[in-house]
Design a protein around this ligand. Structure first.
Ligand code: NIG
Ligand code: FE
Length: 416
């Protein structure tokens, strides 16, 4: 007998369940959300115990205090998975934002000691409590907008000690967060001033910090900004090799503003995902397809910085798994929440609305190495569920900015 403490029924249910094996969706399946009309989902103790359609749920036992609700034909779908954010920062970058809108180049601002460095300064000046309060608020805002798993990077410390500070603050935020946080050590985001003349030494120290990251269990993955004038492949190779050896996943800011061969490198090194990829070459895309490594598209940064967005069709036709993320950060993507990322993924990158939903759920789960656990409404997955205020999920892509997220459950608990 199935026992449930949460039942949402009478739904247009998007299961996003795997078609056969557990793997990211590509090809035709990349646009299949597994819709079931008159569907239901039932959960117990934070895990999904059944999904189906019609009235079979009537046989289930409702435990005392269970929430049992007819959602009146509205969409019920997996909570969004945001696989790439930089929430751990203080300060905003209004002025840089304005100068860039009138033509200043993002990499030139960075090379002149602004950009990422400006946020590093503001974050160092902020107290631990201030940074924690900002993190809490940003995680809460993401949950309000339907995100139930979010990746958060360090990266605004730069010097290894400061990066460790960020990671420890992230561990505290994670411990109390209403949703799941996947922490990433963004070890090489920009070269800090004390290392200007010795990038090899910087990489050595960032690599050495991995020991403490692993000992204190501070991160699941290691990231780097592989970009013209920032770090090149040879710079980061030893860092990534050490990360893999230490059992951490590897991910990277790859070919965001220029094609530097980072997508192919991500494939070669067996990265968990290759992110941005707006300027990935055809070879890079083929390499990602062969290795079935998710490309995480970040249309927010293309939109706010004003560079050519990644063309989703190049990845979809090559059968690269496509995921979407907000890239929330104060420099290139001050956008909030996955519904906006979905809308931009459709309007800027050319995903279909259903492909964008796949990209924001099951494929994003794979981009975080959580493919079998979240991202789909299926027996045995965590009960991360969103109820939309519509009976047509395509509205997410169409009514940009509309308050469509009505209810959010993380591990079976109502969080928004
Ligand atoms: O994903 N480009 C590198 N990292 C971030 C932006 C960081 C910043 O400008 O503060 C990104 O775009
Ligand atoms: Fe980023």
């Amino acid at each position: 007998m199935i026992e449930a403490d949460l039942i949402l029924r009478g739904a247009r249910l998007l299961t996003l369940g795997p078609l056969k094996d557990e793997r990211p969706r590509v090809g035709v399946a990349a646009g299949d959300v597994g819709a079931v009309n008159d569907g239901f989902v039932a959960a117990r103790d934070g895990m999904i115990v059944a999904t189906g359609h019609g009235r079979t749920h009537e046989r289930f036992t409702r435990v005392e205090g269970a929430l049992d609700k007819d959602v009146g034909g509205r969409v019920v779908m997996p909570g969004f998975v945001d696989p790439h954010t930089h929430l751990c920062y203080a300060g905003e970058r209004w002025e840089e934002f304005a100068t860039r809108r009138s033509g200043a180049d993002y990499l030139a601002v960075l090379a002149a000691g602004g950009g990422i460095h400006a946020t590093v300064r503001a974050t160092r000046e902020a107290s631990d409590d201030q940074v924690l309060a900002l993190l809490r608020r940003r995680i809460g805002d993401a949950a309000e907008l339907g995100t139930t798993t979010i990746e958060v990077k360090s990266g605004y410390g730069l010097e290894p000690e400061e990066e460790l500070r960020q990671l420890r603050l992230l561990a505290r935020a994670k411990a109390e967060a209403p949703i799941d946080i996947a922490v990433t050590y963004l070890a090489a985001h920009a070269l800090p001033a004390p290392f200007t003349d010795d990038r090899k030494r910087f990489i050595r120290e960032a690599t050495k910090a991995l020991e403490r990251v692993v000992d204190e269990k501070l991160a699941e993955a290691v990231d780097a900004f592989v970009e013209k004038g920032v770090f090149d492949i040879e710079d980061v190779r030893p860092l990534f090799n050490a990360a893999k050896k230490a059992g951490l996943a590897v991910t990277m800011h790859a070919d965001q503003l220029n094609d530097v061969g980072a997508s192919a490198f991500a494939a070669r090194i067996g990265a968990r995902s290759a992110d941005h990829v707006a300027h990935a070459s055809a070879d890079g895309i083929r390499a990602l397809a062969r290795a079935q490594i998710p490309a995480v598209l970040l249309p927010g940064s293309a939109f706010f910085v004003g560079y050519a967005p990644p063309e989703a069709r190049r990845f979809i036709t090559a059968r690269v798994p496509v995921a979407l993320a907000s890239d929330h950060n104060p420099g290139t993507s001050p956008l909030e929440g996955m519904p906006t990322a979905i809308a931009l993924g459709v309007t800027l990158c050319g995903l279909t609305p259903h492909e964008a939903i796949v990209a924001a759920t099951i494929n994003a789960a794979h981009a975080l190495g959580r493919g079998g656990r979240i991202g789909a409404l299926l027996h045995g997955r965590r009960a991360d569920i969103v109820v939309l205020d519509t009976d047509d999920e395509r509205e997410l892509a169409y009514r940009m900015g509309a308050p469509l997220v009505a209810e959010v459950y993380a591990a079976g608990r109502r969080v928004a």
